[in-house]
Design a protein around this ligand. Structure first.
Ligand code: HPA
Ligand code: ZN
Length: 334
C-alpha cells in the first residue's frame, strides 16, 4: 500500500496527547495572544530544540510548550488543528489524552480545558464526521493523592471522558503507585489505560494488567522481553497502542528498521499505530504508518490488520465498531 492508500483507509487513533499536537506556529500564536514570553526566538528555533535522547528530554519541553494554553478558545484551537490533520490522514475516530494537571497546576480550571476540547469535538463531528472521546491522564511523576483529586475535579465532565490514563515519566513511577486512583476511576465508570513498557520494564506492564486492570496498554514495547507476558497479552487480546515515530525520536528503538511492530503482529499481539505527540515527533498517524511500513516492510494484510485493530481496540460500542469495520472493508476492496 502506498502513502495515499494508507491515508484513504478509515481508521481510529487511540494514542494521541492533545498537548503533543501543539505545533510551534500555534505555540507562537497562542503565546502572543496570551502575552506569554517563550524561551525561543523563532518557530525554527523551537523545532531545532526537538532533539531527544530519552522520554524526560521530551517531557521537559512538552510541559513548557503547554504553558501557552490558557483560555477555552486556546484548547479549542489546539484540538481543532489536530482534528484537521487527523481527518486528512483518514482518522474517523480519535480517543484523545489530555493532561489536566499540567493546566490546573497553573491555575487553569478543569472546566476551561474540557470546555475547549469539547467544543472542538462537536465542531469536528459536524465538519468532518470525526467522532472522539477524551481520556483523562494522570501525571505519574505527581503523587497518587493529586491524581485522586484530579479525578474528583473531573466529576462534572464525565459525559465527555471515557477513560483514565497514566502518562509522564515512567521510570521510578510504576503503575502500582496508582492502585487506589484506578480503583476510584473504575467506580466512576471509567475505562482504564496506562502507558507501560515504553521505557519501563515488563514488570510495569504486568502491574498495569494485574493491579490497575487496564483495558489497553499504551506502548508496551518492552513486553517483548518477557515471553510469559507476551503470551498473556496475546491470550487476552490486549490492545497495544504503538507509536513508531515517538519510539524513534525518544530512542526507544535505534532505527525504524529495528521497530518491533512486525514482530508484535507475528507473535499474535493486537497492535495499533498511533502518533503520540505528532508536533514533537515528526508526523501524524499517516506518517507513522508510512515510516514503520517502510522500516520493517509491512504487508498490505498487516496494514489492514493494524487499522482493523484500531476499531476493535477502541471504546466505541459494538454497533459502532461493526459500522466502522464495514466501511473499512469497503475501502479495502476499492
Ligand atoms: N510517554 C509518557 N508520557 C507522555 C508521552 C509519552 O510518550 N507523551 C506525552 N506524555
Ligand atoms: Zn503517549
Amino acid at each position: 500500500m502506498d502513502t495515499d492508500d494508507i491515508r484513504r483507509l478509515p481508521k481510529a487513533e487511540l494514542h494521541l496527547h492533545i498537548e503533543g499536537s501543539l505545533e510551534p506556529e500555534l505555540m507562537f500564536a497562542l503565546a502572543k495572544r496570551n502575552g506569554i514570553a517563550l524561551p525561543f526566538p523563532t518557530v525554527e528555533a523551537v523545532r531545532a530544540a526537538y532533539e531527544f535522547s530519552k522520554l524526560q528530554d521530551f517531557l521537559d519541553i512538552y510541559y513548557q510548550g503547554a504553558g501557552v494554553l490558557v483560555s477555552e478558545e486556546d484548547f479549542h484551537d489546539l484540538a481543532m488543528a489536530y482534528f484537521r490533520r487527523a481527518h486528512a490522514d483518514g482518522v474517523v475516530h480519535a480517543e484523545i489524552f489530555f493532561d489536566p494537571q499540567t493546566h490546573t497546576e497553573r491555575g487553569v480550571p478543569m472546566g476551561t480545558v474540557v470546555g475547549g476540547l469539547a467544543s472542538a469535538q462537536r465542531a469536528a463531528e459536524a465538519e468532518f464526521g470525526l467522532s472522539s472521546k477524551l481520556i483523562l491522564c494522570l501525571l505519574r511523576h505527581l503523587d497518587e493523592d493529586a491524581g485522586i483529586q484530579t479525578l474528583k475535579q473531573a466529576e462534572p465532565f464525565l459525559d465527555r471522558i471515557v477513560a483514565v490514563g497514566l502518562d509522564s515519566s515512567e521510570l521510578g513511577h510504576p503503575p502500582s503507585k496508582f492502585a487506589q486512583a484506578y480503583q476510584r476511576a473504575g467506580e466512576m465508570g471509567l475505562k482504564k489505560v496506562a502507558h507501560a513498557g515504553e521505557e519501563g520494564p515488563p514488570e510495569y506492564v504486568w502491574e498495569a494488567l494485574d493491579i490497575l486492570k487496564v483495558d489497553r496498554i499504551d506502548h508496551g514495547n518492552r513486553a517483548l522481553e518477557d515471553p510469559k507476558l507476551v503470551e498473556r497479552l496475546r491470550a487476552e487480546g490486549m490492545t497495544l497502542t504503538v507509536c513508531p515515530l515517538s519510539n524513534l525520536k525518544l530512542c526507544v528503538v535505534d532505527a525504524m528498521t529495528a521497530h518491533p511492530l512486525k514482530r508484535m503482529l507475528d507473535l499474535g499481539l493486537k497492535a495499533t499505530v498511533n502518533s503520540d505527540d505528532p508536533a514533537y515527533f515528526g508526523g501524524y498517524v499517516g506518517s507513522n504508518f508510512d515510516a514503520v511500513s517502510e522500516g520493517v516492510g509491512l504487508t498490505d494484510a498487516q496494514i489492514a490488520t493494524l487499522v482493523r485493530n484500531s476499531f476493535t481496540g477502541s471504546f466505541l460500542s459494538e454497533a459502532e465498531v461493526a459500522a466502522r469495520i464495514s466501511s473499512l472493508d469497503q475501502a479495502l476492496r476499492a
